[in-house]
Write a protein that binds this ligand. Structure first.
Ligand SMILES: Cc1cc2nc3c(=O)[nH]c(=O)nc-3n(C[C@H](O)[C@H](O)[C@H](O)COP(=O)(O)OP(=O)(O)OC[C@H]3O[C@@H](n4cnc5c(N)ncnc54)[C@H](O)[C@@H]3O)c2cc1C
Length: 392
């Protein structure tokens, strides 16, 4: 891969709206991605392996639990800082951002929000430091968009719970130390349980042959009569709203992250278009390529403003699930369209691993599907504005 020459676009002077802390946090993440992610990520994506050596760096830039209070090892930052960190990481690679999102919003968030004080103290500092890695098990082979139908279940055995079932498409599963698993009790009520690697009957086979998110490890979580200690149940929220609350937080991060991928594609295409000479002039001087580039920066700017306002609402505790859905859906679609257009600006070079665009494009095919598909987010907006859910 070529040297990382990335220069972030800021067409509407958005930097003026960020605090000094936001800019410091963002720039530290930006520099880290340039130094530690860009030089190696193409090779890891090609060999379909998660680069474990970057875990400590992710912890150092505050990517694990940015908004978790410092007393539990988190960075104690606000939601806009969290968004900016996700933007910068996904500028490098959506798979790396996925690892950070899962750790922060799908593992640390439920332990912090729904867990006991003992659970917070036991798990959060180690997760924040990257000493332990977590995964989040909601999706099942027969239940993706409709997780309420989940079949994974647990039984009260007196001194422990007995967990049975299987989860599919789980980010970080092959190397996770713990998994936050959503399962039904004997009454059919959904609860979260913390399952630890090493518990008998718990296995995490890897899913191979992915064309997308190749630098992120994905796999299954299989529970075959796993004895889970009673103290590993998350007691403070039950029902589908518990995992959906985690997804709100993760989707918020994706709305920002997708901007990073789009920025990288735009910046690469702009630089290439200025340098590539055809018919005696740079292709950037042709109207057709200018149309592509002008539309890209317009869409990025709109997405930045959407994410920024959502960040303000989230900081005030006012961001609704439907508002988060809208931003996730819009910004990921924006990024995937920009990746496709930017790929064409590079002509044949666009399909090679010399440039990041094709990798972003493939990655975004997962991002547009996970954490609620593009269709499901549209249905969430539809239900919100009409009051008539159209899921069934
Ligand atoms: C790389 C990757 C990593 C992932 N990581 C995790 C993870 O860490 N943890 C986790 O729990 N899950 C994870 N997922 C799972 C992801 O969240 C699901 O793939 C997603 O929710 C969609 O579920 P599904 O794949 O079963 O598709 P389905 O739900 O079967 O959907 C198939 C199609 O039908 C459409 N559809 C479904 N219902 C309706 C409806 N009512 N009306 C109209 N259209 C509908 C969908 O939009 C989609 O286009 C991951 C997925 C991928 C690809």
């Amino acid at each position: 891969m070529r040297p990382d020459l990335f220069e972030a676009p800021d067409y509407y002077n958005l930097d003026d709206l960020f605090s000094q802390e936001h800019l410091l946090v963002r720039d530290a993440a930006r520099q880290w991605v340039k130094r530690d992610v860009s030089p190696i990520i193409e090779e890891y994506a090609q060999k379909a392996e998660f680069p474990k050596q970057i875990i400590s760096g992710l912890a150092e830039i505050g990517a694990f639990g940015p908004y978790i209070p410092e007393e539990y090892g988190g960075a104690g930052l606000d939601q806009i800082s969290y968004g900016l960190i996700m933007q910068e990481i996904e500028r490098g690679d959506s798979g790396v951002r996925s690892t950070a999102s899962v750790q922060s919003s799908l593992v640390m968030y439920p332990i912090y929000t729904y867990g006991t004080e003992a659970q917070r103290k036991k798990y959060l500092p180690k997760l924040a430091a990257g000493e332990w890695m977590g995964s989040f098990g909601l999706t099942e082979p027969n239940h993706g968009s409709n997780p309420s139908g989940m079949e994974t279940k647990f039984k009260d055995m007196g001194d422990h719970y007995l967990l049975n079932g299987a989860k599919l498409w789980i980010s970080n599963s092959p190397f996770c130390d713990i998994a936050v698993v959503w399962a039904k009790n004997e009454e059919g009520r959904i609860h979260g349980l913390i399952v630890e690697r090493g518990m008998e009957g718990f296995t995490t086979p890897e899913t191979h042959n992915k064309w997308s998110l190749r630098a992120s490890a994905t796999g299954e979580l299989i529970f075959d009569n796993v004895k889970v200690p009673k103290e590993n149940l998350l007691p403070n929220k039950t029902g589908l709203g518990a995992p959906l609350g985690c997804l709100d937080s993760a989707r918020f991060g994706i709305a920002w992250g997708a901007i990073g991928a789009a920025m990288d594609c735009y910046d690469t295409a702009l630089r290439y278009a200025k340098e590539r000479i055809q018919f005696g002039k740079p292709i950037a001087a042709t109207q057709l390529q200018q149309k592509k580039l002008a539309e890209m920066i317009t869409e990025i700017t709109k997405a930045q403003l959407l994410a920024f306002r959502l960040g303000q609402l989230k900081n005030e505790g006012r961001a609704t699930t439907a508002q988060i859905s809208m931003a996730k859906r819009n910004n990921v679609e924006m990024a995937i369209k920009i990746a496709r257009e930017a790929r064409q600006v590079l002509g044949g070079m666009g399909i090679t691993g010399e440039y990041s665009i094709m990798r972003h494009m493939m990655n975004l095919e997962s991002v547009i599907t996970y954490e609620g598909t593009h269709d499901i987010h549209l249905l969430i907006t539809g239900a919100d504005i009409t009051g008539m859910p159209a899921f069934k």
